[in-house]
Design a protein around this ligand. Structure first.
Ligand code: NAP
Length: 241
């Protein structure tokens, strides 16, 4: 076991998986959280182990406080510390505001925003004891700019940005840094059904992002950026300049 541990939520696929691999390259052992896709999570674990660090998959629903509390207690019992937390797990349930069901509102708010409250609280407790730690929250450019058809998702991501800045102020004196990344359009399962060709026209860098584009910035904020806290870094090819 190395001495540093990172917990990445929603790390079985997409951006979370890329973050897990990038942190593994930086020497962190990795906890790969996932919701249901055990095969993908196990594949991520094997890819991480091939980089020479340890990894384990933990299935828990980040929107369920009881499941979160139980799993994080198990992780802390086993590993004794958590140095980096990436609150990445997220979903979309898009639809115009006037037709949005309460169910779709709650699903997105709970999975994308309340999850960060549930997961961060027990993690911050151990980070406070360590007097060190870094949290990176996965926001979105739509949390900054808004987006028609994504009232639930934009509100959740804007909420994450508020949480990021507040925790940065509350936890800085304890040696804990809290930042957020706001991705634009990234090639993952989440965007695979969108006709993204029409978006590239509006992106100064003329391409969609790849999960690795986000992961490099997450690793920078989590590992390298010792004097950076409370920041939201847009990683969007210039989409919302
Ligand atoms: P993705 O490919 O759909 O992957 C989602 C990941 O989250 C999977 O690992 C999934 O686990 C996990 N997950 C979903 N619900 C969960 C729950 N309740 N508990 C635990 N894990 C859960 O998504 P992505 O595109 O990589 O997005 C990752 C993050 O980036 C999200 O927060 C998203 O909002 C944000 N983001 C994405 C984009 C984009 O263009 N893709 C842009 C801006 C922000 P399973 O594999 O087990 O289902």
């Amino acid at each position: 076991m190395s001495e540093k541990l990172a917990l990445v939520t929603g790390a079985s696929r997409g951006i979370g998986k890329a973050c897990a691999l990038e942190l593994a390259k930086a020497g962190y052992d990795i906890i790969v959280n996932y919701a249901g896709n055990a095969e993908a999570a196990e594949k991520t674990v094997q890819e991480i182990k091939a980089l020479g660090v340890d990894a384990a998959a933990y299935k828990f629903d980040v929107s369920n406080k009881e499941e979160v509390d139980k799993s994080i207690a198990e992780i802390i019992e086993k590993y004794g510390r958590i140095d980096v937390l990436v609150n990445n797990a997220g979903i979309t349930r898009d639809g115009l505001f006037m037709r949005m069901s309460e169910e779709n509102w709650n699903a997105v708010i709970n999975t994308n925003l309340s999850s960060a409250f549930f997961v961060s609280q027990p993690v911050v407790k151990i980070m406070m004891k360590q007097r060190s730690g870094a949290i990176v929250n996965m926001a979105s450019v739509v949390g900054v700019s808004g987006n028609a058809g994504q009232a639930n998702y934009s509100a959740a991501k804007a909420g994450l940005i508020g949480l990021t800045k507040t925790l940065a102020k509350e936890l800085g004196s304890r040696g804990i840094r809290v930042n957020a990344v706001a991705p634009g359009f990234i090639n993952t399962d989440m965007t695979k059904d969108l006709d993204t060709s029409k978006f590239t026209e509006f992106i100064p860098l003329k391409r969609l992002g790849e999960p690795e584009d986000i992961a490099k910035v997450v690793k920078f904020l989590a590992v390298d950026a010792d004097y950076v806290t409370g920041q939201v870094l847009e990683v969007d090819g210039g989409l919302i300049i």
